[in-house]
Design a protein around this ligand. Structure first.
Ligand SMILES: Cc1cc2nc3c(=O)[nH]c(=O)nc-3n(C[C@H](O)[C@H](O)[C@H](O)COP(=O)(O)OP(=O)(O)OC[C@H]3O[C@@H](n4cnc5c(N)ncnc54)[C@H](O)[C@@H]3O)c2cc1C
Length: 361
């Protein structure tokens, strides 16, 4: 498995398949394609793989994954990544797929927000409920400062060292970064609308200790405006929980108000939609555009159930359909991983069983 870096000027890279979405179902698609000898590039707007499992409920147990009576959501993703490892998919994380265009030869041009450009023989959309976008600071003029002094994620912690930092939010990201950057930022203020937090209690306790020690301040209230001197950020205007108007100084704002899913560009690719989901058949899980498949929460068909289990089944059948799409002349037959030497070779386990037997009692 390798992580790719984007270079905006690069000519598009030819690849066999592109999977849009690295949630549980997209990850399993790597595996199912790999078993059939088909390589994949996988793209996700989030900086890490896992989709809803990692983003929304990493520590919650899942009870309906076959043969795993109980499995943490993050653990499931780690297992899927491990299972897909032999197939060396290329990961393009932290970038949204903005364009999927059908070319004259039936292939697809895929472009991302980070400038990655690929030409693929087939595309699998495993985009779940859409790409997760950070909830923005809802203040007039904020767009002028976004990416400069107002940020929704930390790319490099060092960017905030020595700054007068205002952190907004009450979840794990806000509290984790408050604790991590306190002492490194020149000054640090945490702003949250109430004194109760959704973050881990131990981190909240650590933050309160830092406040008691005079190393940072906590303000209970809501941001009402940006304080600026032309294009220089000076801080935030805040209405405190007890109704006072405050002016907080800061030259950098980190706002962690959570993420919301957005169907976004997928709606513009000319694929038939039904109630904001992609219509597919239940033989190939192909969309209205031949060569573009859709699996997992993003698709719809009679009887669809948005379960991880259903997405796994869809990935298996889509892999066969993709094989046929890419190599129509190739004869298809079902092989078992238990007995197929070619699949075992692809999995990197060829000879393991015979070695085990020869070394056994
Ligand atoms: C709290 C909670 C508990 C749940 N419990 C269970 C359970 O017990 N059992 C069960 O079966 N299911 C459960 N589910 C549902 C399950 O999580 C989903 O069915 C599953 O995550 C769907 O997987 P997916 O890969 O299709 O999509 P997702 O997990 O949504 O992943 C899609 C990925 O695609 C990315 N993406 C979308 N658009 C783009 C784009 N344009 N460019 C780049 N990337 C893009 C997104 O960023 C995301 O990472 C639960 C869901 C929640 C919220």
């Amino acid at each position: 498995m390798s992580e790719a870096t984007a270079s905006p000027e690069a000519v598009p890279t030819p690849v066999e398949t592109v999977i849009i979405g690295a949630g549980p179902v997209g990850l399993f698609q790597i595996f199912e394609l790999g078993l059939l000898g088909i390589g994949a590039h996988i793209i996700d707007s989030l900086p890490q793989a896992g989709g809803q499992c990692t983003e929304l409920y990493p520590d919650k147990p899942i009870y309906d994954i076959p043969a795993l009576p109980i499995c943490g959501a993050k653990e499931l993703i780690d297992r899927l990544l491990e299972q897909a490892k032999p197939f060396h998919a290329t990961f393009h994380l932290g970038q949204e797929v903005t364009e999927v265009q059908v070319l004259e030869d039936g292939k697809f041009h895929i472009a991302t927000s980070a400038g990655t450009r690929l030409i693929a023989g087939a595309v699998v959309i495993a985009a779940g409920v859409g790409s997760f976008q950070p909830r923005r600071l809802a203040l007039p003029g904020v767009e002028e400062f976004e990416g400069k002094s107002v940020h929704y994620r930390v790319k490099s912690a060092a960017d905030f060292h020595g700054r007068d930092l205002l952190i907004c939010g009450g979840g794990d990201s806000a509290l984790d970064w408050t604790v991590a950057l306190c002492g490194k930022a020149r000054s640090l203020t945490l702003l949250h609308r109430r004194a109760e937090f959704r973050a881990a209690p131990a981190t909240v306790a650590r933050m309160r200790d830092l406040v008691s020690a005079g190393k940072m301040q906590f303000v209970e209230g809501n941001a009402t405006g940006l304080r600026r001197d032309n294009d220089r950020l000076l801080g935030l205007d805040v209405r405190s929980a007890d109704g006072r108007e405050l002016q907080l100084s800061g030259d950098a704002v980190l706002a962690f108000y959570g993420l919301h899913p957005k169907l976004g560009p997928i709606a513009d690719w000319g694929i038939e939609l039904e109630k904001r989901a992609l219509k597919v058949d239940t033989e190939k899980f192909q969309t209205s555009i031949p060569g573009i498949f859709a699996i997992g929460d993003i698709n719809t068909y009679p009887g669809k159930k948005k379960l991880i289990l259903s997405g796994f089944h869809e990935a298996a059948l889509a892999a066969f359909a993709i094989q046929h799409h890419l190599f129509p002349e190739k004869r298809q037959f079902l092989q078992y991983t238990t007995t197929s030497p070619i699949m075992q070779k692809r999995l990197g386990v060829a000879g393991v069983e015979s070695d085990a037997h020869s070394g056994g009692i």
